[in-house]
Ligand binder design. Structure first.
Ligand code: SME
Length: 169
């Protein structure tokens, strides 16, 4: 069981789902405002990674990998230095990219082929960045907490990823 005193504000108790929905709504608005008016994709990905990392509780890594040929290559992020190149189809990021679907990993040790960049990471959520039919890359978030992400986080982060995609064009 979780120690409630150390739990994220929205992770327990009455109204947790509503609180989390509000957190993602607020962050989506903040992100939209932050990226509007700038067209440089590196600048926008960098500010998006910083906004996500500092707004969502209990993350140790948040950032982007972009498609370069048959690989994903590290883009702007917050957290410890990470693996630079991931073949599409490998690890959590490469699987999300290859399958073009979000992957929620409650326990990274139980995901075959997980690539450990920061040994502190215990759970992970990866969202593909899809611009119509085109795969641009992935948004990757890691947490030092087991089971940090749930379906509400997936829905919230998919909405954030859609905003980022519109500002990478
Ligand atoms: N764990 C990822 C690698 C990227 S880092 O977590 C930043 C994976 O298995 O694809």
């Amino acid at each position: 069981m979780h120690d409630a005193t150390h739990a994220a504000p929205w992770s327990a108790g009455h109204g947790a789902t509503e609180d989390k929905a509000r957190l993602y709504r607020d962050l989506a608005q903040e992100l939209e405002a932050l990226l509007a008016g700038e067209t440089d994709p590196i600048a926008n990905a960098a500010n998006a990674a910083a906004a996500i990392y500092h707004s969502l509780p209990t993350l140790n890594w948040a950032g982007f990998y972009f498609v370069r040929g048959e690989q994903l290559v590290l883009g702007p992020f917050q957290g410890k230095p990470a693996c630079v190149r991931i073949p599409i189809g490998r690890g959590v990021c490469g699987t999300a990219a290859g399958d073009r679907r979000s992957i929620l990993v409650p326990d990274v040790d139980a995901f075959p082929g997980h690539i450990a960049c920061d040994s502190a990471s215990r759970s992970e959520l990866v969202i593909p960045l899809l611009d119509g039919g085109q795969l641009l890359g992935v948004l990757d978030m890691d947490s030092p907490e087991l089971n940090r992400f749930d379906g509400d986080d997936q829905v919230g982060c998919e909405a954030l990823a859609a905003i980022v995609v519109r500002h990478l064009r």
